[in-house]
Design a protein around this ligand. Structure first.
Ligand SMILES: *Cc1c(COP(=O)(O)O)cnc(C)c1O
Length: 361
């Protein structure tokens, strides 16, 4: 930290993204991207003519994409906020709805950006422990003060809450925001969308990064009451009104038009997830019941750290979290069936106890 850095950030611990190696080719199962590319129709949205128009600013209201999303989800454009990835929606929401008097609550084991935004904005964060089986303690959230933030399904466990439980938190205090981060909802969890009509305090956060194969385009959005979206727009226009570039706006529209392609990919990924879970269990792994595009797994014979390292030495990247309750686990993104075969070749090799990275002949 330099002598120029503001004192209020002196103890800020920044978010650590998963490794994005730019040199070596890995079987990349560490950041929950889709293994499938965007559809040909989506890719065709960026024509040479559109590239030539990059001298012009994009539409700061993103009206066309907002209308497309609104029609797709059965809401009004006034219920949609666009952002540069859902991380930006989260940032706006922490800024907009919390302050010195209004704290934020989230599970002790969840998406790693929540505590970072809480610290960035100087908020009191209540980390509510998951139960021993990693289920969410809904009663504790009902009793908590301030904004509630829940990923559903949760990360990195993949475990989902039923809508009735989300609704209990919404109803416990109509005067605080309940943010439901649905980054992984498309892989088989019920969305909280049907609750939007009845709960003005519900904010649903979505991303194109996981189920719509567009982590590289940075597109996230929020669905919520006009009141909440208006507040978020005030923050957005006070931060960066051009947060979405022209190309990403077009890609977003094209992807919604091609929804069947992405739905089919999600179905394939869910099937691969179930097959992978069964194979891991057969090898002695314990898994959380994941509804996401990743599995959270531990093995009695090897630590999470050693498994992560052994896999990396064999060209397979997974994610390991150096955190007390989950240090035994690794999080494995669901890839193609071929990528999963590569994972199992490496895992079986490790469990046999061979030296990592056998010398090349
Ligand atoms: C990946 C992820 C995000 C961030 O997604 P982007 O749209 O790529 O910023 C947000 N929340 C959760 C729970 C995630 O796993």
């Amino acid at each position: 930290m330099s002598r120029f850095f503001s004192k209020r950030f002196a103890s800020l611990e920044a978010y650590t993204p998963g490794e994005q190696p730019q040199d070596q080719q890995y079987v990349k199962l560490n950041t929950n991207e889709s293994p499938y590319p965007p559809s040909p129709h989506t890719r065709a949205a960026v024509s040479d003519g559109e590239l030539a128009a990059l001298n012009l600013y994009p539409d700061p209201t993103g009206t066309r994409l907002r209308k497309t999303l609104a029609a797709h989800y059965g809401v009004k454009p006034e219920n949609v906020l666009l952002a540069n990835g859902s991380d930006e929606v989260l940032s706006f929401a922490f800024m907009a709805f919390c302050d010195a008097e209004t704290p934020v609550a989230f599970p002790d084991i969840s998406y790693g950006f929540y505590p970072v935004y809480a610290a960035l904005y100087g908020l009191e964060a209540q980390e509510i422990p998951l139960r021993d089986d990693f289920s969410v303690n809904v009663d504790a959230f009902c009793a908590a003060r301030g904004m509630c933030v829940l990923a559903n399904p949760n990360a990195p466990t993949g475990m989902a809450l039923p809508l009735s439980e989300i609704e209990r938190i919404l109803a416990s205090d109509a005067n605080r925001v309940v943010l439901v981060d649905e980054a992984y909802v498309d892989f088989g969890t019920q969305t909280a969308l049907p609750l939007l009509e009845r709960y003005e305090n519900l904010l649903i956060v979505r991303t194109y990064s996981k189920s719509r194969s567009m982590a590289g385009a940075r597109l996230g959005f929020a669905l919520g009451s006009e009141t909440l979206i208006r507040d978020l727009e005030t923050i957005r226009f006070s931060t960066n009104p051009y947060n979405l570039n022209r190309l990403t706006l077009l890609l977003g529209e094209a992807a919604i038009a091609d929804d069947a392609y992405y739905a089919e990919n999600c179905e394939k990924i869910a099937q691969t997830r179930e097959a992978t879970a069964a194979r891991l269990q057969a090898l002695g792994f314990t898994l959380t019941p994941s509804m996401a595009n990743f599995l959270f797994a531990k093995h009695p014979a090897i630590s999470g750290e050693a498994l992560y390292r052994g896999l990396k030495a064999r060209g397979v990247l997974v994610r390991h979290f150096e955190k007390p309750r989950i240090a035994d686990y690794v999080r494995i993104t669901i890839g193609t069936p071929e990528q999963m075969n590569a994972l199992f070749t490496a895992v079986e090799d490790i469990l046999k106890g061979d030296a990592p990275c056998a010398a090349q002949p």
